[in-house]
Design a protein around this ligand. Structure first.
Ligand code: C5P
Length: 403
């Protein structure tokens, strides 16, 4: 369940070639449990039919203040009932009208009546987008508290290469979710690590583990949604970096140690989710090790990696909150409590590995959180984004007792 569940989103569609992407946005919002109302301009109707939006949103679409059959104040009703409003794509014309409070069609009139947070997704030809007048209008809107999602860079329908493409619908949905999330981590700097580390044997082989990075990425994304300034230090994974998060890519435990230790002083909350390889080959060959016909096997000597979390625990100031993770196959509680003490942690999030619904690679997790004072609390099986929010709730509960 996301913050979109049960919320009402008003979607404005204006006449850009990217109007077709708004169809997918409605589908994503509905899938996340939101109700959707759609308002379209006359030009948007030339790109995508009203029926498509009506069927997907399961609501009448506002296109005309005078002829819509569902009542002449429908535009005021949808403006009043929305929890968030978005215009995707927003043309230069629409941006100009909104910036100056014009209301000469159904969409701009509806949006002028919106009191909920508004996200504008400008999409147009690069030269139009970079035009000083368009930029000035976007600045005006931003100063008025309207959220702007910058367009993507790429090849546009007019073959121009530059900024102007409407971002993917999942990203627009992600930013609507962010807009609706309560900012209880505003003003906090959060440093998160994620993924495995990869310890090279030679240029083509390595020692690593099964960590997918899903849990750490979910923690970073949840903290960003809640208003924190987030830095994510990540080992090699196949996930897209979370939007709005400063992401640092590393490979080895040594790289991760350097990235975390050079950034930890500026962090209020440090969450070390990464599955750091405990051992690395004692030496890394520069050339690929060849198979030899006179050899039945080979011996790889491993040496212990530095414990990054322990080093951070030794250095941590009293005002910093340090969280470790523990993946155990047995004796969860005893091992977690020992680690809190050994690594000077404020909290540890521990889970048993081996099940198909928890730990590495899984989309869900089930954890027990242990605190420095000996208390603990359980997080039942849920998807990793939801677990991430529970972990942040637990951190905030300790930072601000009585919450
Ligand atoms: O002692 P153990 O490896 O089980 O502790 C797990 C915690 O320690 C995790 O938070 C992990 O990221 C961290 N860790 C570390 N450096 C290592 C090994 C583990 O920071 N070399």
């Amino acid at each position: 369940m996301t913050v979109l569940e049960g919320k009402q989103v008003l979607l404005g569609v204006t006449g850009g070639i990217a109007a077709y992407k708004a169809v997918e946005l409605v589908r994503l919002l509905k899938k996340a449990g939101a109700g959707v109302d759609v308002a379209m301009t006359g030009a948007a109707l030339r790109f995508v039919g009203k029926t498509t939006f009506e069927v997907l949103s399961e609501n009448p679409v506002i296109t005309n203040l005078w002829e819509d059959s569902h009542g002449s104040v429908a535009h005021i009703d949808v403006a009043a009932r929305c929890n968030a409003a978005v215009i995707a794509p927003a043309t230069a014309n629409c941006v100009a009208k909104l910036a100056h409070g014009l209301a000469d069609d159904a969409l701009t009139t509806t949006f002028l009546a919106v009191t909920a947070p508004i996200l504008i997704c400008p999409a147009m030809n690069t030269h139009m987008y970079e035009n000083i007048r368009v930029q000035r209008n976007l600045d005006l809107l931003e100063k008025d508290g309207v959220h702007i999602l910058d367009p993507d860079f790429g090849t546009l329908a007019c073959k121009t290469v530059g900024p102007g493409r409407l971002p993917d619908p999942w990203l627009i949905a992600d930013r609507i979710e962010q807009m609706l999330t309560f900012k209880d981590l505003a003003g906090k700097n959060v440093l998160v690590s994620a993924g495995p580390t990869l310890e090279p044997i030679d240029p083509v082989r390595f020692v690593s583990n099964h960590s997918s990075g899903k849990m750490g990425y979910a923690v970073a994304r949840a903290a960003e949604m809640r208003g924190a300034a987030v830095t994510l230090v990540t080992g090699p994974v196949s996930l897209s970096p979370p939007v709005g998060v400063d992401t640092v890519f590393v490979q080895t435990c040594h790289d991760m140690a350097e990235a975390m230790l050079t950034r930890m002083d500026g962090a209020d909350i440090i969450i070390q989710v990464a599955a750091v390889a405990d051992f690395r080959p004692d030496q890394q060959e520069n050339l690929k090790i060849k198979k030899r016909s006179d050899q039945d096997g080979m011996t790889l000597t491993l040496v212990q990696n530095p414990d990054i979390l322990r080093a951070m625990g030794e250095r941590k100031r009293p005002d910093q909150f340090l969280v470790g993770f523990a993946a155990e196959t047995h004796d969860l509680a005893a091992n977690a409590v020992k680690k809190i003490e050994k690594k000077n942690l404020d909290m540890i999030a521990a889970n048993l590995v081996g099940g198909k619904d928890t730990g590495f690679q899984a989309d869900t997790n089930e954890m027990t959180i242990f605190f420095k004072d000996g208390s603990h609390t359980g997080i039942p099986l849920m998807d990793k984004p939801a677990v991430a929010h529970k972990i942040l709730d637990a951190v905030l509960g300790r930072l601000e007792p009585g919450r």
